[in-house]
Design a protein around this ligand. Structure first.
Ligand code: NIG
Ligand code: FE
Length: 423
């Protein structure tokens, strides 16, 4: 659905600019407008103006008007890394981890991803669609207007396809834009002794079908010690690239394996996690223009060190932020949490965080030309925060500041209009 809309006299608009992601110190540069109005026609930004005559002409067309008084506008958030679709839950594992058992220990004993695989195999397609839709509604309320969703809890062809079909159905019914990623190489099924054999199976039997049915745009792999090593990962990514998929990697999350270097070598769009990325890894990401997607809510949940955001940005990398929402290592799709962790724990400035959650996250999904900034011609995916300056966003620690999420010009109002500003 594409809407027409005038958002009048907005206290402050802040946005990165351009049609591609921005790197290093440029992440700090946001354009700032005071007391401008934004006009949306047919779901796209038609004007950003202060001129009364121009605005009057648009008003004559009868577009609905929303007041921007006391509000800050930013681009909609892009959650470029999630495992949105899965069956069941794993609260017992969370409890074990609270008591000190490591994530990888649980996985080695047959728990972890394998647990969710079983529950996803048992879940019906309708159930996966319904739970996905409920999550997307809550994400939209926290300002997320585009979500990447990975498969990876199937292990069998049938269940992987079921997950991807759930994403396809959600593309039709949810206002949130979805981008699908095939993550068949997420764990090694019990009946395979060698990861390479499973990779061969995926390359020969599964990837061509996913391509034929246009069920995914990206292919991702869990490149990690005890999962898929560099060689296995290269083999899988080469096959995916040859079929025309764009690439992503879960890279250097638990040990420094060289996933970032592989992402650069393969021309991946993004390398994600990067808690243990090496200096060489950072240099190769920069040279190959790979987006470094950081997922602080996972590090927080696993009580691990955070990815070196400052080293990455100060070195000149293009950094994005995402939630990594999944049933194991991070049951959170909260953008307010990501913002709090990125600013307070990873020492990113709020300007860098806004860039990382909007234009650079759009670049991580190959969509920086259409979303990620408040600019004429871009899709009108916009947020109206309930305070007069963007400085209020990180100041609200873990609190949602989004009063209205605007998706392609259609307004979704949250029930949080803040009375403090009117007292
Ligand atoms: O991104 N690292 C691998 N995959 C997920 C966790 C999946 C799970 O535990 O279910 C992640 O952290
Ligand atoms: Fe992940």
């Amino acid at each position: 659905m594409n809407g027409n809309l005038i958002i009048e006299n907005i206290d402050e608009i802040v946005t990165p600019e351009g049609n591609c992601g921005v790197s290093g110190s440029d992440m700090q540069n946001l354009r700032r407008y005071e007391h401008y109005s934004v006009v949306v026609e047919d779901g796209k930004i038609a004007a950003i103006t202060k001129e009364a005559a121009a605005l009057a002409a648009f008003k004559e067309k009868g577009h609905p008007v929303l007041s921007g008084k006391g509000k800050t506008m930013t681009p909609g958030y892009v959650d470029s890394h999630t495992h949105l679709i899965f069956g069941g839950y794993r609260p017992e594992e969370f409890d074990m981890r609270l008591k000190g058992v490591a994530y990888m220990e649980i996985m080695k004993k047959g728990g972890g991803i394998a647990n969710t695989v079983k529950m996803t195999q048992e879940a019906t397609l309708d159930h996966l669609i319904a739970t996905g839709a409920a999550r997307l509604t809550k994400m939209l309320a926290m300002g997320t207007t585009t979500v990447e969703a990975k498969s990876g809890y199937g292990m069998t062809l049938e269940t992987e396809m079921k997950q991807l079909k759930a994403v396809k159905a959600l593309k039709r019914i949810s206002p949130v834009t979805l981008v699908s990623t095939f993550l068949g190489a997420h764990a090694i099924p019990e009946d395979y002794q060698h990861a390479a054999d499973f990779v061969n199976y995926l390359n020969e039997r599964v990837l061509p079908l996913v391509k034929d049915e246009a069920l995914a745009e990206f292919v991702d792999i869990f490149c990690e010690d005890h999962v898929f090593n560099i060689e296995d990962s290269r083999m899988h990514l080469q096959a995916a690239k040859a079929l025309g998929f764009k690439l992503k990697l879960h890279a250097d999350e638990i040990v420094p394996l060289g996933g970032a270097e592989l992402a650069a070598e393969m021309g991946a769009v993004s390398a994600d996690h990067l808690l243990h990325v090496s200096d060489e890894g950072i240099q190769s990401l920069i040279k190959a223009n790979v987006v470094a997607t950081l997922l602080p809510a996972t590090a927080f949940t696993l009580r691990e060190q955070y990815a070196p955001a400052r080293r990455l940005i100060d070195g000149g990398c293009m950094v994005a932020l995402a939630t990594d929402f999944n049933p194991g290592s991070c049951f959170s799709y909260s953008m307010p949490l990501v913002i709090a962790l990125a600013t307070l724990q990873m020492k990113m400035t709020i300007e860098e965080v806004i860039t990382a959650l909007t234009l650079n996250a759009a670049a991580a999904l190959n969509r920086a030309e259409i979303i990620g900034s408040v600019e004429v011609g871009k899709q009108a995916d916009l947020l109206l925060h309930d305070f007069p300056s963007y400085k209020y966003i990180p100041y609200h620690v873990g609190i949602n500041t989004v009063a209205h999420t605007i998706k392609k010009g259609v307004v979704y109002t949250n029930n949080i209009i803040n009375r403090e500003t009117f007292c």
